[in-house]
Design a protein around this ligand. Structure first.
Ligand code: MG
Length: 369
């Protein structure tokens, strides 16, 4: 797997892949001792990955996976364990239930491994050309942890010295041990490709994106005039809204909501009222800018909900035009843009027709950092 660090030390929802696995075993009531076997080059990464965990010092592995396991088995000999589980540190989502299943199977068997059925049809290919269809009868996919009676697997490993076998079950089989299968778990995936990290993150909840919400609120007062700019639409009216820009209170509330969702100040910070260049400016500039900041962070708008608070003008006849216009500015679609209107029953400044208020709530998705 490409990347500057080995996959076991890649981040998965705030912890390294390896730490997820180590914690699963450390927390299991049936496990008394957890021994990590690492590559000597990874000592610093391991120390960082396991900070705060009560674990014995890691031991260094050998030239091959098989040799690393054998060295790990040797390292725990002093504890005279009855059973040992051998796990791949690149399987971070091993569950306590699965660990228990393997441990229990060892009451009656020399070895037990989690296995899953093969659901897809298997083909043998020769440089992308299908050679033959392979029967999947009696085939399973082997996972870890692979569990064994300790003395038996040590003998099997010693007998397999110098051979190259794919997993510990193969070592056990070669030595004539009886190895059972227990039901594996699809979530107990092995991180081998970038997309596996994404899948693991999704399983852990939240995934690689996080959802954020922002709110905005704005008010502009009425002044003499004959058009109100609202939701990006020019509505003929007996008054206008006054403000430095076109005073589109609805787009201002939306702009602040978007800036809030990405925690990037407010509309006044980005477009100071003291700056003459914004005098009479069309407010879609502000909203477009905020949407651009969201996109620059790799984010996307999920939904925007706008409430316009006034006695007049009537918003209803312009609702669909506003939704389409706002969707256009945000490079979104009207189905994600809600425009609502309410009066305040004649109460307060909006009730006295002194101005218009607007509030907005937006939901965005951002890459998790
Ligand atoms: Mg404003």
């Amino acid at each position: 797997m490409p990347g500057e660090r080995p996959k076991q030390y890649r981040d998965l929802c705030g912890k390294t892949v390896l730490r997820h696995a180590l914690e699963a075993f450390s927390a299991h009531p049936g496990i008394s001792h957890v021994q990590a076997v690492i590559h000597p080059d990874d000592a610093a990464d391991f120390a960082m990955a396991t900070e705060g965990l009560r674990l014995p010092a890691p031991i260094h592995g050998g030239e091959t996976r098989q040799e690393s396991v054998r060295l790990g088995l040797e390292a725990v000999a002093g504890g005279k364990p009855a059973k040992v589980l051998i796990h791949d540190g690149a399987r971070p989502l091993v569950s306590g239930t699965l660990i228990s299943r393997v441990i229990t199977a060892l009451d009656t068997r020399d070895g037990a491994i989690p296995a899953l059925p093969v659901n897809d049809t298997l083909k043998r290919v020769d440089s992308e050309q299908i050679g033959e269809t392979v029967s999947r009868d009696n085939l399973v996919r082997a996972q870890t942890p692979q569990g064994f009676r300790y003395d038996a697997i040590v003998r099997a490993h010693n007998a397999a010295l110098g051979q190259s076998l794919t997993d510990d079950a193969a070592v056990a089989e070669a030595f004539g041990l009886s190895v059972a299968t227990v039901p594996g778990a699809e979530d107990n995936l092995k991180i081998t490709r970038e997309e596996d990290l994404e899948r693991a993150a999704r399983i852990l909840g939240g995934g690689l994106v996080e959802t954020r919400t922002g709110t905005g609120f704005d008010v502009h007062r009425f002044a003499d005039g004959d058009v109100v700019h609202l939701g990006g639409i020019a509505i003929p009216h007996s008054q206008s809204l006054s403000g430095h820009s076109d005073a589109d209170v609805a787009l201002h509330a939306l702009t602040d909501a978007l800036l809030g969702a990405i925690a990037d100040g407010d509309i006044g910070a980005h477009f100071p009222p003291s700056d003459p260049q914004w005098r009479g400016a069309a407010s879609d500039i502000f909203l477009r800018h905020a949407a651009g900041l969201l996109r620059a962070r790799g984010g996307r708008l999920v939904h925007a909900d706008l409430t316009i608070i006034c006695e007049a003008p009537k918003v209803g006849p312009h609702r669909e035009a506003m939704r389409a216009r706002i969707a256009g500015i945000l490079e979104s679609e009207p189905g994600r843009i809600s425009v609502k209107a309410t009066t305040t029953e004649g109460l307060g400044f909006t009730g006295r027709n002194e101005g218009i208020a607007a509030q907005a709530c937006v939901t965005v998705e951002l890459p998790r950092t």
